[in-house]
Design a protein around this ligand. Structure first.
Ligand SMILES: NC(=O)c1ccc[n+]([C@@H]2O[C@H](COP(=O)([O-])OP(=O)(O)OC[C@H]3O[C@@H](n4cnc5c(N)ncnc54)[C@H](O)[C@@H]3O)[C@@H](O)[C@H]2O)c1
Length: 357
């Protein structure tokens, strides 16, 4: 996935993580979902740290079944080993493991609705298997990638949403396979910590975006940018009044490592960018302004109920906990992040992919 923008991002992240070199040097990390959007950035960061910062390189074992991630996105090297494996099956290894980052899941609603049982399995069984492995290997830390979707459609009184909000989630609705699997995964993590002392931390990302996302992934930023690149009307669902906040990937990856290396076992952390809660109409208008061709908006219901009836009205994180506990601070302004994303996107081949309407 090399591109100048991504290389600059990786350098920014790597430099911001230099302080963790002693914890990482000579260790072995197991990363699930390494071929996904965030996974590729994590691998890039670890490659950068190996080449430029660590006294003794770290070893990275990547598990991915490539249900969404693309197999050729990752290459083995002397320190990185890529293994095709479905995390809903037990993974056995003789290797010593110091850290586990469990990111395997299907992040995009369009993809997870095509594979709802697999989504349930990776969030529940996959998480249990990783916690068992963490217990067996006595890891130093395990990070579970949960989601802001554990909050469902939050009561407006709880927006910005703190970690203490219990959520408003349907267990039978179109998003349930993803949301409820993440909630069960969190319950596993907390109880493995309490019963087996597994040093598990939980991360709840709020709409992270950046280069390296699949442009056919159908999440809102890639989908709108793809439409603008193709000169098509930008599809805006649900009247355009629903809100989200957007976090550029360099901020999120830095925060991921800050939480991984912290001591806050059994704790959930929101991660995202709390500035600029945007309506989807405004996001679409901003994207139009960043292109020469000034396409129009197309207000439509959405491709299915996950985007129409069941789409949360508002999403905005309360970031007090992660800011005060681990010193996380999102730095990248939305417009700068979007410009970086668009610069990268313009160099991608979009001839065989279509806009979701
Ligand atoms: N990007 C975001 O804004 C965001 C928001 C909330 C939560 N998250 C969570 O963070 C994690 C990473 O997100 P992402 O954006 O990189 O997602 P992604 O969908 O781009 O990547 C996930 C990766 O996991 C792999 N995978 C899925 N099921 C698997 C299985 N059973 N076994 C092995 N591999 C499997 C996929 O092939 C893919 O490579 C996910 O757990 C996601 O739910 C991300």
């Amino acid at each position: 996935m090399t591109h100048q923008i991504i290389e600059e991002d990786i350098k920014t992240i790597g430099e911001s993580l230099k302080q963790y070199a002693p914890q990482l040097s000579g260790t072995t990390l197991l990363l699930t979902g390494g071929a996904g959007f965030l996974g590729k950035y994590i691998v890039g960061t670890l490659n950068y740290l190996n080449a430029n910062v660590l006294q003794k390189p770290c070893k990275v074992i990547i598990l991915d079944n490539f249900i969404v991630g693309l197999q050729d996105a990752l290459k083995d090297n002397e320190h990185i080993k890529v293994i095709k494996h479905d995390v809903s099956e037990v993974y056995k290894t003789e290797e010593h493991i110091d850290y586990i980052l469990h990111a395997a899941s299907i992040g995009s609603p369009v993809f997870y609705m095509k594979h709802p049982i697999e989504t349930l399995d990776s969030g529940t069984l996959g998480t249990k298997h990783m916690l068992e492995l963490a217990k067996e290997k006595h890891v130093k830390s395990l990070l579970l990638f949960s989601s802001s979707e554990v909050y469902g459609d939050p009561d407006p009184k709880f927006v910005p949403t703190p970690e203490t909000y219990f959520g408003n989630v349907s267990c039978t609705g179109p998003r349930a396979c993803y949301d409820e699997a993440k909630r069960v995964g969190e319950a596993y993590a907390v109880n493995y910590h309490q019963i087996h002392h597994v040093p598990a931390k939980i991360l709840r990302p709020f709409n992270v975006f950046g280069p390296g996302m699949r442009l056919d992934d159908r999440r809102v930023v890639p989908n709108l940018v793809l439409a603008a690149m193709k000169g098509e009307k930008l599809p805006v669902y649900g009247g355009g009044n629903r809100t989200r906040t957007f976090c550029y990937v360099t901020d999120a990856i830095t925060g991921i490592f800050q939480v991984l290396f912290s001591q806050y076992n059994g704790e959930p952390f929101n991660i995202g960018n709390d500035a600029n809660e945007l309506t989807m109409e405004n996001l679409a208008k901003i994207i139009v302004e960043l292109f020469e061709n000034k396409v129009e908006l197309n207000h439509i219901a959405g491709p299915n109920d996950a985007y129409d009836k069941a789409d949360p009205e508002r999403r905005c994180p309360d970031l007090k906990k992660i800011k005060t506990f681990v010193g996380y601070e999102p730095k990248v302004d939305n417009i700068i992040g979007l410009k970086r994303f668009i610069t990268w996107a313009k160099d991608q081949d979009i001839s065989n992919i279509s806009v979701q309407i």
